[in-house]
Write a protein that binds this ligand. Structure first.
Ligand code: NAP
Ligand code: G4F
Length: 355
């Protein structure tokens, strides 16, 4: 054990959990990641494999749906800080599995707060909030004061988690706060999310493995940033003197169509778009169809536009995003081209985004 602070991270195997663990270890923390039991112990752990030899990095079994496992982790570890990043985080899945999403993503936060309240009330708590809480946005851009209007079971669960975090802060005096984070991406993003699905498919097309990208609503707009920047803000929120909720965003919005155009541009293809809605397609400079719309990727209720106002974080946390939208897309395309090339040269099958 290092002499520094001790932190628990739920969601350690995910995109943000892996970046946050690296950040805290570099700052001298002892990091304990909560992981769900799987029948194959190494399954899904590839983002943290490189940390397993670090003597300050530990895994502890637990599940956000199980109060005792969280209580036990807090009792044994006696953390100074607790980052609740675990969630069923894929919005379309939340319509297919709404009660599971409410249990993990909503009640999971309450279970963490209960454990802290009863066992270690001076532990600081970070809740991973989401711009999905704004949903059908009530104002543009969205700030910490914008009312919520979630559009999915996932968004509703995150609103509950936000409210209960504020309530435990006000009822019990816990240092508990929510970061309302807008979409943040990286080469570690899950293949089901739109940016990574696009960059992996573009890499596969560039290597001649696929012919076209099958996509949903390309008109939706998001405020996309780089995940590595965003975990630094999670940490900074817990270093404040007083707990406070913050919007973390870039302040720039782009459409899915813009994102796809940049990704193809990176591999030397210029797209021309035709049609509307489910009839939208895009062809490259040689007239080959490279993007086709598939109704199955449209959602029962869409969040059309997100753009955050991060003035409060700029003022109090010193927040300035370091990676532009085009740089982010280029980083992700280049990484996936490398992944595909390496797999092919090793005689392996390159990753395929879920259909
Ligand atoms: P992610 O890659 O989908 O990771 C989710 C993590 O939650 C995984 O480690 C997963 O573990 C874990 N998990 C799922 N169910 C669990 C359960 N029942 N018990 C314990 N752990 C469980 O998500 P992310 O992109 O890193 O996002 C981190 C957090 O920020 C999430 O809460 C997400 O909702 C929120 N958020 C993300 C963004 C974004 O743009 N990335 C924006 C706003 C908010 P397994 O490996 O076992 O599945
Ligand atoms: O990449 P997405 O699946 O992300 P979404 O729904 O915005 O949620 C992500 O960001 C949230 C923060 O706002 C997080 F809280 C949440 O956990 C997650 O990380 O979809 C982005 C947009 C949507 O409008 C969707 O309709 O892309 C559109 N889209 C169009 N075609 C598609 C597709 N999304 C996916 N996943 N797959 C498609 O084929």
């Amino acid at each position: 054990m290092a002499e520094g602070k001790t932190a628990i991270i739920t969601g350690i195997t995910g995109q943000d959990g892996s970046y946050l663990a690296e950040l805290l270890l570099a700052k001298g923390y002892n990091v304990f990641g909560l992981v769900r039991r799987t029948s194959q112990p190494t399954q899904g752990r590839n983002l943290i494999n490189h940390l397993m030899e670090n003597e300050c990095f530990h895994l502890v079994n637990g599940d956000l749906t199980d109060q005792s496992s969280i209580d036990n982790a807090v009792k044994e570890i006696q953390p100074d800080e607790f980052y609740n990043l675990g969630a069923q985080s894929f919005v379309p899945e939340s319509w297919r599995s709404p009660t599971m999403t409410a249990d993990v993503t909503g009640l999971g936060a309450l279970r963490c707060l209960e454990a802290i309240k009863l066992v270690k009330p001076d532990c600081k708590f970070y809740q991973a909030g989401s711009s999905e809480q704004f949903g059908d946005v009530r104002e543009i851009p969205q700030t910490e004061l914008t009312p919520f209007y979630p559009r999915s079971p996932y968004g509703c669960a995150k609103v509950f988690a936000y409210d209960i975090t504020r309530n435990y802060r006000e009822s019990y005096g816990l240092f508990a706060c929510t970061g309302i984070l807008f979409n943040h991406e990286s080469p570690r993003r899950g293949l089901e999310f739109v940016t990574r699905k696009v960059t992996m498919t573009v890499a596969r097309i560039a290597e001649g493995l696929d012919e076209f990208l099958s996509i949903g609503n390309v008109k939706a707009k998001r405020d996309w940033g780089f995940a590595g920047d965003y975990v630094e803000m999670q940490w900074r929120m817990l270093q404040q003197d007083e707990p406070e909720d913050f919007v973390i965003a870039t302040g720039e919005t782009n459409s899915v169509q813009d994102m796809i155009g940049l990704a193809f541009k990176r591999v030397g293809m210029t797209l021309t778009w035709t049609g509307e809605g489910v009839d939208t397609i895009a062809s490259d400079q040689d007239g080959i169809t490279r993007v086709k719309t598939n109704p199955k990727f449209f959602r029962p209720a869409e969040v059309d536009l997100l753009i955050g106002d991060c003035s409060l974080a700029a003022e109090k946390l010193g927040w300035t995003p370091t990676t532009s939208f085009e740089q982010l897309v280029n980083i992700m395309v280049d990484s996936d081209v490398k992944v595909v090339k390496e797999a092919l040269s090793n005689g392996q099958l390159p990753p395929v985004p879920p259909a």
